[in-house]
Design a protein around this ligand. Sequence first.
Ligand SMILES: NC(=O)c1ccc[n+]([C@@H]2O[C@H](COP(=O)([O-])OP(=O)(O)OC[C@H]3O[C@@H](n4cnc5c(N)ncnc54)[C@H](O)[C@@H]3O)[C@@H](O)[C@H]2O)c1
Length: 384
Amino acid sequence: MTPPAVDRRLFLGTTLAATAVPALAAEPLAKKVKVAVIGCGSVSGQYLPNLAKCPYAEVVAVCDIKPDRAEKRGNQFKVANRYPHIDQLLAGVPFDLMVNLTDMQEHEHLNRQAVEAGKHVWSEKPLANSLQAGQALLELSRKKGTRLWGAPIPVTSPQFAFMARQLAAGKLGRVAAAHADYGHTGPGWSAFFYEKGGGSMPDLAVYNLTTLTGLLGPAKSVTAMLSVVTPTRRVDDNGEIKVVAEDNAMVLMDHGNGVISHTQSGFNYFNPHGHEGKNETRHTIGIVGSKGAMGLVGYDWEPQGVDLATENKPGFVRESTDKGGYVWQMGASLACECLATGKDFLVTPEHALHVLEVIQAARQSQDTGRRVEMRSTFKWPVVS
Ligand SMILES: NC(=O)c1ccc[n+]([C@@H]2O[C@H](COP(=O)([O-])OP(=O)(O)OC[C@H]3O[C@@H](n4cnc5c(N)ncnc54)[C@H](O)[C@@H]3O)[C@@H](O)[C@H]2O)c1
């Protein structure tokens, strides 16, 4: 049967407005999402190769306030349209999705400007600088009929699904506690990681906080201790700088029903696997209950497998080692697939905003010495 001819813009608009997923099976090439990448620094070198391979994406523009970077990426990935400012990007070649890979503190206003212009947005973390601003952005995107998503995407890995299923099946018995950690000696290229709104929580802990809330449920309250271990640093783009944001963080989350988790992150951690953490083989996430324990081998953004021990099989057995095509760099490509086909996407803006609130609450807890109640939530369980 020949599918009915559908105008691509109309098709994208229809799929986004509808809550039910339409079962249209058009040729992928007819449904390519036109993508503009803003921010052509380090992480763009990870996203662009993935987008270039994605059958649902066509990168039509790149933009950076440092125009030489947009030129470089444009040449490297054969993207003809290069812009030095978001105003010119939005006034330039038409596109559907803006992929925001700029400094963390820039995301909020750039995302807002794109949504106001009717664009879908995939943003690196965080979506905004505060929960309130993020929720306003989400409301605006709903009014505009556009989609909004924020990194990271560990909930889409097969290892996350495996762990979620073990928990749901009661394999660990009564779940009690979890621990996660992620650290290295800190990025050396840009100052924003150490300025207000930066820090090890939005850069590193954000992965673990997404995984743990995804597995154990939304946080009800948060307690934290944060510190700055290295008060000054040298970075490539700004020489010697003062470190303002936390470079050492311990965050406790109460997930309700007695379940408590702890997430540790920092920019002063010796890591034999370097910044990239490639080939990490220890458990970076551990979850324990009355009848079993689970350890995620490697980082949640690059999982190698899951070790599971239960009453019946008390020694750890390695399970779920197949990555099934998952890589952390594929977030914007998955967003394109979702826009083009209507396929379900486990990554939601509500979850990203909940994690943003955890980070905000951790800062409040550090400042006040108090436990902070959470206001936001998201649809849970993530994997049914
Ligand atoms: N570098 C990584 O390995 C990595 C991995 C995962 C996530 N991230 C996230 O990606 C984002 C970017 O990190 P990065 O390491 O690529 O930083 P970066 O400093 O290397 O790149 C950021 C780029 O954004 C540009 N930029 C800043 N403000 C802009 C604006 N208003 N308009 C247009 N361009 C602007 C800068 O000029 C720079 O080229 C951050 O949110 C970071 O947490 C980075």
